[in-house]
Design a protein around this ligand. Structure first.
Ligand SMILES: CC(C)(COP(=O)(O)OP(=O)(O)OC[C@H]1O[C@@H](n2cnc3c(N)ncnc32)[C@H](O)[C@@H]1OP(=O)(O)O)[C@@H](O)C(=O)NCCC(=O)NCCS
Length: 165
């Protein structure tokens, strides 16, 4: 699966040649940029999704956004995640990408979508809220407190052919 392009952005699989760009993102965690790319390529194989590169319609690197599987209190969920390069932040890119990922997740049959966010990450909390996720619970994850935002997803209704009477 690959989310549909948006007004300003398109999605593509991450490759090893993205390393210098991926290294500019605030990734968090301990994987490092090369490990990040390996992890996502493994996720494409394993789940059919991962974090994809988001780029402008003319191919300028913006960041990444997509889906991963995360465990919360012993249960596995599909999480939407996002990172935007610092020079392009606050222009609505994360929200625009995350909305397209939410739509793609719903179309792929994901029933409940979450975002796990540190309490001090106000920008990410705004992105989650703006794509319709609501605060569900507070947990301890990855060595600290985390807020879990989430929403039930419903597939886009399909237009049924009109019934003749
Ligand atoms: C979180 C992040 C992806 C947001 O990207 P972005 O493209 O700047 O986000 P948007 O432009 O779509 O903005 C979304 C909302 O966040 C707000 N916002 C963005 N940066 C902010 C900041 N530094 N402080 C407070 N609010 C901020 C915007 O104002 C907007 O809210 P509004 O519509 O109410 O004004 C980006 O800051 C980032 O890459 N951060 C580091 C990585 C990270 O934290 N990833 C998520 C891990 S859970």
């Amino acid at each position: 699966m690959l989310p549909a392009p948006t007004t300003r952005l398109r999605f593509r699989a991450m490759t090893s040649s993205d390393l210098p760009d991926i290294a500019t993102l605030e990734l968090g965690g301990s994987r490092g940029p090369a490990g990040w790319i390996d992890w996502n390529q493994d996720n494409y194989e394993r789940h059919g999704f991962g974090l994809w590169v988001i780029e402008t319609r003319d191919g300028g690197f913006v960041g990444d956004c997509g889906l991963t599987v995360q465990e919360v209190a012993g249960e596995r969920f599909v999480e939407v995640g996002w990172h935007v390069r610092s020079s392009l932040q606050r222009q609505g890119y994360a929200t625009e990408a995350a909305q397209a990922v939410r739509t793609a997740a719903a179309a792929a049959g994901v029933e409940h979508l979450i975002a796990i966010i540190r309490p001090d990450n106000i920008a990410s909390q705004r992105v989650a809220t703006k794509i319709g996720l609501a605060l569900e619970r507070e947990v301890h994850k990855g060595g600290g407190p985390a807020l879990v935002f989430g929403a039930d997803l419903h597939p886009e209704p399909r237009l049924e052919p009109a019934q003749s009477v």
